[in-house]
Write a protein that binds this ligand. Structure first.
Ligand code: ADP
Ligand code: MG
Length: 320
């Protein structure tokens, strides 16, 4: 028997929704705001053939679709509360839905976030998640607060997702262990939710690296009306990426997208506080430069020599 729309929702998506007044099953979800907090809301759409291939592992897709949204909440220092899932499916394939829901709920449960509602329709595979989080009023991290003299930081490591993509494309031949590890970072990114919250009241600006460090950092600089000096050789990278030629390391760390690390700025006297926030959220952080009053992004190597950008960050309407 073919799976109907409402049976599909009930079977795969209607789960207990902790923290909500009303979750799935009514015309609207009902959420009670925490007094003194602001809502932070973000939407990300994933389209087959553009963000993933039809052959993608559905469990990894469920994870990634939610992870990219939680990453946006993390970049703003929000505590995730609820997510909504709009889904277009070519067919109601129970095995596919089961695996997709498993990937999604595993990550949702890890962050105590409820699936509060959504929409389901037949059509070319397309998924859109809207995530809602909260932060104490006035403490959200924004792109616009970087000040000259601030230090510039990044979490985790950069470039593995791009290295895996180059492995898939066949432009680089990776040892099997390196391919497996970097592929995991591309397909199952870790949103830095705890770090984002720990940086409230400390970071002066933040953004998550989805399109590539140079491009995403440029958004912060433009919003804050400042410039930056970026230390290309200080960029944290995995041992797998560090084993590659320098030009490929530069390409992956500077312009590789899909890392979902946080890039943030902090006051010059805030190093200890930043390191404490990182330790408290079990996330590594690295100082990668400083904010300057002169606009523009200046990227230098360990000798202070300028490094030429190896390519542009990802832009859906301007692809190379
Ligand atoms: P309506 O037609 O009133 O918009 P629907 O019939 O589309 O309601 O949805 C019924 C309920 O199921 C709603 O609570 C909606 O939020 C929820 N829902 C529908 N699709 C999904 C989905 N893919 N994931 C989670 N909840 C969903
Ligand atoms: Mg509907």
């Amino acid at each position: 028997m073919a799976l109907g729309e409402f049976e599909l929702i009930r079977r795969f998506f209607d789960r207990p929704a902790p923290g909500l007044v009303r979750g799935i099953g009514d015309d609207c979800a009902v959420l009670a705001p925490t007094p003194g907090h602001h809502w932070l809301v973000s939407t990300d759409m994933l389209v087959e053939g553009r963000h993933f291939l039809s052959t993608v592992d559905p469990e990894a897709l469920g994870h990634k679709a939610l992870a990219v949204n939680l990453s946006d909440l993390a970049a703003c220092g929000a505590t995730p509360r609820a997510v909504f899932l709009a889904l277009a499916l070519p067919r109601a394939d129970a095995a596919w839905l089961e695996a997709f829901a498993r990937g999604l709920f595993q990550l949702a449960d890890a962050h105590g976030v409820a699936l509060a509602g959504g929409d389901t329709t037949a059509g070319p595979l397309n998924l859109c998640i809207t995530a809602m989080g909260e932060a104490p009023a006035g403490q959200s991290l924004l792109r616009s607060g970087a000040q000259p003299g601030d230090t510039l930081w990044v979490s985790g490591t950069l470039g593995d997702a791009r290295l895996a993509l180059e492995g898939f494309r066949g432009t680089v031949s990776l040892p099997s262990e390196a391919f497996a590890a970097t592929r995991l970072r591309m397909e199952r990114p870790t949103p830095r939710v705890a770090l984002g919250q720990a940086l409230r009241g400390l970071a002066t600006s933040a953004i998550d690296v989805s399109d590539g460090l140079l491009g995403d950092l440029a958004h912060v600089l433009a919003a804050s009306n400042v410039g930056a000096e970026l230390q290309a050789d200080a960029l944290p990278r995995s041992a797998h990426l560090a084993a590659q030629p320098l030009h490929l390391q530069r390409l992956c760390t500077l312009t590789g997208g899909d890392d979902y690390e946080l890039v943030f700025t902090a006051p010059a006297d805030g190093d200890d506080a930043v390191r404490a926030a990182a330790a408290g959220s079990d996330t590594s952080v690295t100082r990668i430069g400083r904010i300057t009053a002169e606009p523009g992004l200046c990227c230098v190597d360990a000798q202070g020599q300028p490094v030429r950008a190896p390519g542009a960050s990802f832009d859906h309407f301007r692809q190379t």
